[in-house]
Design a protein around this ligand. Structure first.
Ligand SMILES: [Ca+2]
Ligand SMILES: [Ca+2]
Ligand SMILES: [Ca+2]
Length: 232
């Protein structure tokens, strides 16, 4: 009897342990999201305006809240646009974004999919988001999306380079277009938007000819100085 009880508690703790593992693994269902990027809430990003159903901050954090890390954009019907405006702690320079999303799969008609993603920036802090950083059409059947790096057909993992090269701003606005209309459980699911570091820009090396010219010129200047001091 005693050994049975022991076995029972071991089994229970085993269940608790496996539940804990499932809980940890659940955060941001699409693999690859990070907390170290310039847009992440752990780096100080805050939401300034939004029209989502729930947890807009989850687009910038890898766990917590709805579905342990996901945002549900507004359910406004097919083709409607939902937005999140957000601010980083200080101006950041990015070279593009990596977009993570997850729909409910083919069985549910790709419910909670998006058909376009846009990112805008307010580079001069006048509350007008004048710069289009990304404007990417997306196939609501994510498995058919060109450039999608996700392994599973319901997942989207898309690297989107900036349309304007490296860009610096503190105020940003993302827009998601609703790509499906399988009511009533709709609203595109945004898993994460990670900022990509700026693309290194190459500094042109001085040519050997101009380098020699510079050395020659400074040599002549030193000679003149020496001559002048001789007669001072
Ligand atoms: Ca992140
Ligand atoms: Ca997330
Ligand atoms: Ca502006």
């Amino acid at each position: 009897m005693k050994s049975l009880i022991k076995l029972g508690s071991a089994a229970i703790s085993g269940v608790v342990l496996s539940l804990a593992i499932i809980e940890v693994a659940k955060a941001d269902i699409v693999p690859g999201t990070v907390s170290s990027d310039a847009f992440d809430s752990t780096q100080g990003t805050v939401i300034t305006n939004e029209d989502t159903i729930i947890d807009p901050i989850n687009a910038f954090r890898t766990s917590g809240g709805f579905e342990d890390g996901h945002t549900l954009m507004r359910n406004g019907g097919l083709g409607s646009i939902s937005f999140i405006e957000f601010a980083t702690a200080s101006p950041v320079t990015i070279g593009g974004v990596r977009l993570f999303a997850h729909n409910d799969g083919e069985y549910f008609g790709f419910r909670r999919a998006m058909s376009n993603f846009s990112l805008l920036a307010d580079t001069n802090s006048d509350s007008v988001f004048e710069t289009v950083v990304a404007n990417q059409n997306i196939n609501p059947n994510y498995a058919l999306q060109t450039g999608n790096n996700a392994a599973l057909p319901e997942d989207l993992d898309l690297t989107i380079p900036s349309l304007v090269g490296n860009i610096t701003a503190q105020s940003w606005r993302l827009e998601v277009t609703q790509g499906t209309d399988i009511q009533p459980f709709e609203g595109a699911r945004l898993v994460e938007l990670d900022a990509l570091p700026p693309v290194p820009t190459s500094v042109p090396e001085p040519t050997s000819v101009s380098g020699i010219a510079l050395v020659g010129a400074s040599g002549a200047w030193i000679k003149r100085k020496q001559k002048a001091s001789k007669y001072a």
